[in-house]
Design a protein around this ligand. Sequence first.
Ligand SMILES: [Zn+2]
Ligand SMILES: [Zn+2]
Length: 369
Amino acid sequence: MYPELAFEEHKTSKLIQDRLDSLGISVQTAVGKTGVVGTLSSKDNGKTIALRADMDALPIQETGKIPYKSKNEGIMHACGHDGHVAMLLGAAEVLSSKRDKLTGTVKFVFQPAEEGLGGARFMIEDGVLEGVDQIYGIHLWNYQECGTIGIKPGPIMAAADGFKLTIIGKGGHGAAPQGTKDAVLIAAQLIQSFQTIVSRDTNPIESTVISVGKINGGYNFNIIADKVVLEGTTRAYTEQNQKLIKSRMNDIIEGTERMFNCKIELDYMAGYPPTINDPSCAEHVLLCAKKIVGDSAAGHPYLSMGGEDFSYFLKEKPGAFFLVGSAPKNSEPLSIPHHCSHFDFEETALLVGTSVFVEIIEDLLITNN
Ligand SMILES: [Zn+2]
Ligand SMILES: [Zn+2]
């Protein structure tokens, strides 16, 4: 009910610190600005496994009619990161009660600023991955039924870049196009041409997306526009395709400049890299998930081209990101997506996610003798 935006998760961090403290887990604060790390170690020098939950909210006014609606004006947990915090705290509670049997170290990583500002990078800069052998991340997933787990080796979330381009033409009278450089026509040409990158330059087996989401320009119906600004996003599951899209966009822009004798300025914003699961860690999650939800309910996820900054951890260490089905019961499939103002999730999913986190650690670090 008290969601906080990226790098402003002060109350949230405090709540987490207090909870970890009460469980006798050692706590490090201000790791990546507002991040918190709990460490549960044993006397054995076994492996160190990190479990990660992100904790930031989104700038959306909550519209759902639920008793636990956001009390912070214009901010809500529309992605379910509050659920991630709950699952990781749940796992910390269960695992702290089994600390005598632990043969290694568990790091509970509560990360700020997943939604756009890349809090993962700040935690890495502050050394959160030092000594870590593997890292596992979780996401509630309203695209799947509650009681299912989505996991796969290789790419599971996409690279997400952004772009803004400014077409500088030459205005004039709508009835006398000669001598003008029509920025609206050039924009139309560019938007169409960009789609040929997806349909002709990339392997159709490897999904990519280019979306122009915003177009701004012009003055009146009878005036040729001298300037149009386009903004959009590109998505890819591999770094090769992420690079290819950018370089082909540049080629098309250069060609279009020559074709229309105009200037086009591109501001390309590199976003998160693709989230690529280590095959053996993904296999480990799959085996643990099957123990919790059964063989048929764990497997290939409902994939999206969304971005996720857990990718930065996976560039440094082997690990896996998995999806916990959380679609609210009695709602149409996909009718309550992440990032919508009436977002909600099925709370029993929290038990599933916590159990998988615990199982991952029990399997790797807990002796049963
Ligand atoms: Zn999100
Ligand atoms: Zn999210």
